[in-house]
Design a binder for this molecule. Structure first.
Ligand SMILES: *Cc1c(COP(=O)(O)O)cnc(C)c1O
Length: 605
């Protein structure tokens, strides 16, 4: 991003500024301006400016002859025409071999078609705020209107930009944005700039977005010490096949197109970002909900199954295997299998089949075969074992995992498929507040897929605080809990090294939470890493706290959340916010599936 500091005059001030990494400096040759250089401006001043900083002379409706004379005297590299000059006026200057900037004053009514005639005659445009006096008003205009600018000439953004605009400037995206023009926003008095402030602005505007990928997975599937692929030898070929193909497929144009079309037209994306006024008031801050509850099937899980079914199809697989605990992932998988006409086998603990009759019925209605796992405790872990056994026996099948868990590449693949959540949050917040980054992103964590999706594009933005919320069930020390990070240890589960809950003999403990989706004894390796590095803060919420938060949301905003999402909402009660904080809570799903539990609560009231 090029930076132009305009409106200079004072010799010692210019000397100081020359030490900064500027690209352009501007001198105003318009006598009505408060920053007019004056009739007897010393030509020695412009001569002392190093050659790599380009000198711009600013003129308003001046005769070409006079402009060219002054350009020679002051060794100007660029002429900025800041009045009502015609394309012909610009061309005349350009023909003399000097670069031309043409300034335009914008407001909501600006006719961008006017610019057509100027493209050939100008090197750059400069978009300033409309005022009665040819600029210098110190006011900003609504940058959103530049969306209408589709021309090929690159432009400078101008008009009242100050030190407080760094974030907005960084958030503002336009393929033709070439530089920033600053002036009155950095002045001690007209034409005297605050050098320290300019220096700070340069530093922060140019500070590279930290994309050191500290939190990304490495080639071997590790997030720090966590992750990897700890699998039986017999599974090796299947997992390798997926690992070798998933990135190629996800990054292909065809996949991106198919995936986007399905997300838009089947899943119902983008999901809204709702500012919730009553909840905001309750917590004295600005709360936004990312509405995954409004997707087809009512939760974020569909983002992942839609993506994986495409990957399966591209890999030529015709039979899909999945396991499910409470049945939500089973339903999301059966849904996309029905859509693509693929055979679907869902393994489910026999006990879970009994407990989750509505989801079992849904899967069957969608055409899936639900196979009971009758070993062990007859719950999720046993269903997983059965699914893996099936995959070994049927390598032509695709094993569709429902969260950011399992052997590499599953955690990374599912994270990428769910990352649409934070991609949309960034776009929506930019529109809403001018800044893609909130102060907080809060999400519940079972295996961690909705949280991974909501965090993904913020992982390297360290000013965004990430908050992951686990279910502590009846309490972290009650023995009836699913707060893996809070009470767990390092271990191996589902083919990956991560944090999990186990007993003294190393046996994985049966987790407990009132919410079926959070009732998982491990957590994805990304989250183990985020916890270990401190990048994300992990909180835990009890059954009762989640129920209370669900009631609050229902009665203050008219939204009945899934019990899982209610955990994320309950975390708000444990936090303190500033008045101008922007807080995004990922509302992972809707509460219809939890009505039976909510009814018991209501009857107790
Ligand atoms: C399954 C589920 C969860 C938990 O899964 P993650 O992989 O941790 O996101 C959270 N919310 C809802 C609504 C779910 O259905």
């Amino acid at each position: 991003m090029k930076i132009k500091v305009c409106g200079l005059r004072d010799k010692s001030n210019i000397k100081e500024l020359m030490a900064l990494p500027l690209d352009y400096v501007g001198f105003i040759f318009y006598s009505k301006s408060a920053r007019y250089v004056g009739d007897d401006f010393d030509a020695e001043i412009t001569k002392m400016i190093p050659l790599h900083i380009r000198k711009v002379g600013v003129f308003v409706n001046e005769a070409a002859e006079k402009i060219l004379t002054l350009a020679k005297k002051y060794q100007l590299d660029v002429i900025q025409l800041h009045g009502d000059e015609s394309p012909e006026d610009c061309q005349q200057i350009k023909d003399s071999g000097i670069e031309v900037f043409k300034a335009f004053q914008l407001n909501e009514d600006f006719q961008f078609e006017r610019l057509e005639a100027y493209h050939k005659a100008c090197d750059y445009f400069l978009f300033d705020t409309k005022s009665d006096s040819y600029g210098g008003s110190g006011e900003k205009f609504n940058w959103e209107i530049l969306k209408k600018y589709k021309g090929e000439t690159p432009f400078f953004l101008s008009g009242g930009i100050g030190i407080d605009d760094v974030e907005a400037v960084k958030a503002f995206q336009h393929s033709k944005l070439f530089g920033l023009d600053v002036n009155s926003g950095f002045e001690r008095s007209p034409a005297v700039k605050n050098v320290v402030l300019v220096e700070e602005f340069l530093k922060s505007v140019r500070k590279k977005k930290m994309s050191n990928n500290k939190y990304a997975v490495n080639e071997r599937g590790y997030y720090g010490q966590f992750g990897g692929a700890y699998i039986p030898e017999l599974l090796r070929a299947n997992v390798d096949e997926l690992r070798e193909n998933y990135l190629k497929i996800i990054n292909s144009e065809k996949f991106q197109k198919d995936y986007k079309r399905l997300l838009d037209t089947y899943v119902g994306r983008p999901t809204p970002l709702t500012k919730v006024a009553n909840l905001s008031k309750r917590f004295g801050t600005n709360i936004y909900l990312k509405r995954e509850d409004l997707t087809h099937t009512g939760a974020h899980k569909i983002n992942n199954t839609v993506g994986q079914i495409l990957i399966a199809k591209y890999m030529g697989k015709t039979r899909i295997i999945a396991e499910t605990g409470a049945g939500q992932h089973g339903v999301a998988t059966a849904t996309v299998c029905a859509l693509f006409g693929l055979e679907c086998i869902v393994y489910m603990g026999a006990l879970d089949i009994e407990r989750q009759a509505p989801n079992v019925a849904r899967m069957k209605m969608l055409g899936a075969k639900v196979v009971p796992a009758i070993s062990g405790n007859q719950t999720l872990k046993d269903a997983t074992n059965e699914a893996i056994r099936d995959w070994i026996a049927n390598p032509h099948s695709f094993y569709l995992i429902g969260s950011v868990v399992g052997p590499h590449p599953y955690p990374d693949m599912v994270t990428r498929l769910q990352s649409i959540i934070s991609k949309e949050i960034r776009e929506q917040l930019t529109k809403e507040t001018g800044n893609p980054n909130p102060n907080y992103v809060i999400a519940c964590v079972g295996g961690g897929s909705n949280a991974a999706g909501a965090f993904y594009h913020y992982l390297d933005e360290e000013d965004v605080k990430l908050v992951a919320v686990e279910a502590s069930g009846l309490g972290v020390n009650s023995g009836e809990t699913a707060a893996t990070i809070t009470i767990g240890d390092i271990g191996f589960i589902h083919g990956s090294k991560t944090m999990l809950m186990h007993d003294e003999d190393g046996q994985i403990t049966e987790p407990y939470s009132i919410s079926a989706g959070l009732d998982y004894p491990g957590v994805g390796p990304l989250h183990a890493h985020l916890a270990e590095t401190g990048r994300a803060q992990f909180l835990s919420v009890t059954d009762q706290e989640a129920l209370d938060a669900a009631m609050v949301l229902a009665q203050s905003e008219g939204i009945i959340p899934a019990l899982e999402s209610a955990h994320a909402l309950a975390a708000l009660e444990q936090m303190t916010f500033r008045k101008d904080d922007v807080v995004v809570v990922n509302l992972s799903g809707r509460g219809d599936k939890d009505m039976e539990t909510y009814m018991k609560e209501i009857n107790n009231l």
